[in-house]
Design a protein around this ligand. Structure first.
Ligand code: SF4
Length: 390
């Protein structure tokens, strides 16, 4: 289950998410509506959640009582992972202790950088000093062993030394994070950053920063498990792994997406209306908050499966490539972008035989590798996977 919280204290210059910095006055009404939406889904037979993710926006803009009152109505499986995204400045010990008592198992801190000038160039308002205080609060609340940090690389004016300082500072936190996400900055259309070409990230700098991040994290005992995600053993985010495996999920709150696999191997994806006001109106009028839906055919699902799986350390079974991909594969291996490996003992994947995964260099060109594997159309065009009942 995903719960969207569309409130932020301030809008960062690069952000294109469905979030607002002038609507926190709606929070009480919004929380009540989300509780009603979840309640209706439970009445309609919603299965228990194996993972719950509070994202946004900034979930820590809700009071501890507001957030935990949503979690109260979420039916959860035993041992469910419950993650909450948190602004470091919101992380006081009382709030995190209340989350922990309510069942939160992971906190994800939006750190982005540990260098003040870089934070300023991203339009972030928190200071690096807030981060060790947040980690201390997490440790006090019993979440010190499972927290994650988000970092962003590629801000204009960020030198490779600045980036190294950010990564080293994060690894020096006490305790260090169990999980790190590192995202390349994107100049999204419609954002202040997008409208300012002088601040657009430079691809070669970002590639250098990515390689530095990966080398540093590997040396510190973290392993990559998806292009933008590294974890200590056992600390991978199960919720995100479910997305990458095309699992079923339900989103609640405005702009939240849901996905359901149908018996004929097609799937339905739908999403709620985008703004909190429309969401509240739909919930008040009893019309339901769904804003749109699409059916994903078997070929579209196979295309998406390849796009998602290529980005993970488990990679793709050679048996699941489209027809005619062999020659491209040979070329990609020759260029050092892709490596082949034996299936291993994982019962979920072993039966599919040998697999491919991206090398570090290949991870810099993941979209291009995927296009080569898919062939000239860039879409699934027939192959073993679309014929097999997966
Ligand atoms: S805190 Fe996160 S969600 Fe909020 S504006 Fe900044 S990037 Fe967007």
């Amino acid at each position: 289950m995903y719960v969207h919280v569309p409130f932020c204290a301030h809008r960062c210059d690069y952000c294109a998410f469905a979030t607002w910095d002038d609507r926190s006055g709606l929070a009480d009404e919004y929380v009540a509506a989300v509780r009603r939406e979840i309640g209706a889904a439970v009445d309609a037979g919603l299965p228990v959640a194996t993972s719950v993710f509070f994202g946004g926006g900034t979930p820590s803009r809700l009071t501890a009582e507001q957030l935990t009152s949503i979690l109260e109505v979420v039916p959860r499986a035993a041992g469910a992972e419950v993650s909450v995204e948190c602004n470091p400045e919101d992380a006081d010990a009382d709030r995190l202790a209340a989350w922990r008592r309510a069942g939160v198992t992971r906190v994800s801190f939006g750190v982005q950088s540990m260098v003040p000038a870089v934070l300023a160039s991203l339009g972030r308002r928190h200071s690096p000093e807030a981060v060790p205080r947040a980690v201390e609060a997490a440790a006090e609340a019993g979440l010190g062993g499972s927290y994650s940090v988000d970092l962003i690389f590629g801000a204009v004016g960020e030198s490779i030394e600045d980036w190294d300082r950010s990564v080293q500072s994060v690894l020096a936190l006490d305790p260090p994070p169990a999980h790190v996400s590192g995202y390349g900055l994107i100049a999204e259309p419609g954002t202040p950053l997008g409208a300012d070409p002088a601040r657009h990230p430079e691809a070669d700098n970002q590639a250098d920063e990515y390689e530095l991040l990966d080398e540093t994290l590997e040396a510190a005992g973290y392993s990559w498990y998806e292009i933008s995600n590294w974890a200590r053993p056992g600390a991978a985010c199960r919720h995100n792994q479910l997305y990458w495996a095309q699992g079923e999920y339900r989103g609640f709150g405005c702009a939240a997406h849901s996905h359901e696999v149908r018996p004929d191997a097609t799937a339905r994806r739908w999403w709620n209306v985008r703004t909190p006001e429309r969401y509240l109106r739909c919930m008040a009028e009893g019309t339901g908050p769904v804003g749109g839906a699409e059916i994903l055919g078997a070929d579209q699902r196979a295309t998406e499966a390849l796009e998602l799986a290529v980005r993970t350390v488990s990679g793709v079974a050679l048996a699941d490539l489209p027809d005619g991909a062999e020659r491209e594969l040979e070329m990609l291996v020759g260029l050092g972008l892709v490596e082949l490996f034996a299936a291993g003992a994982d019962p979920l994947t072993a039966h599919r035989g040998p697999r491919l995964r991206l090398t570090r260099r290949g991870r810099l060109l993941a979209s291009e590798v995927t296009l080569h594997l898919l062939g000239p159309s860039g879409q699934w065009s027939g192959g073993s996977r679309s014929r097999s009942p997966t």
